[in-house]
Design a binder for this molecule. Structure first.
Ligand SMILES: [Fe+2]
Length: 135
């Protein structure tokens, strides 16, 4: 499991703290799945993650807009894609029997997505956030 480290620093303290919380919630999801948590608990954890992530995306997009970060458009598009993924996962989990392998796929895909996303898109804030106050 990858944990947050300075490779993921965007240079913006609140956004970095929210990314750390994202990693913590994904770890909690993995621990729950590995401990054999039932579908209801897993759906609940993904629901918590979804709520948190949507709030984070909105705050991060607002900050990027404030500092005119050139990655804003790409960030909004990537956020929409991930939000749809979360919707689909919740839909599948709500409708059918939970397969542990699928839950671990959700976790693995989420981790891969967040790592690549932070490094390739969010870290582009490094060049534009230092002059601006925190939101
Ligand atoms: Fe982002």
């Amino acid at each position: 499991m990858t944990t947050w480290n300075e490779r993921f620093e965007t240079g913006h303290a609140q956004i970095d703290a929210e990314h750390q919380e994202f990693f913590r919630q994904l770890q909690a999801l993995k621990v729950a799945v590995e401990a054999g948590a039932g579908r209801e608990r897993v759906v609940e954890l993904i629901g918590i993650l979804q709520k948190y992530v949507l709030g984070h995306f909105a705050r991060e997009e607002a900050h990027m807009a404030r500092v005119a970060c050139p990655a804003l458009g790409a960030n909004c598009a990537a956020h929409r894609d991930f939000a749809l993924k979360l919707d689909r996962w919740l839909e599948i989990l709500t409708m059918s029997g939970t397969q542990v392998s699928m839950l671990l796929d959700v976790h693995r895909e989420s981790i891969s997505w967040i790592e690549a996303h932070i490094i390739n898109i969010d870290c582009r804030l490094r060049g534009c956030s230092s002059k601006e106050p925190a939101p």
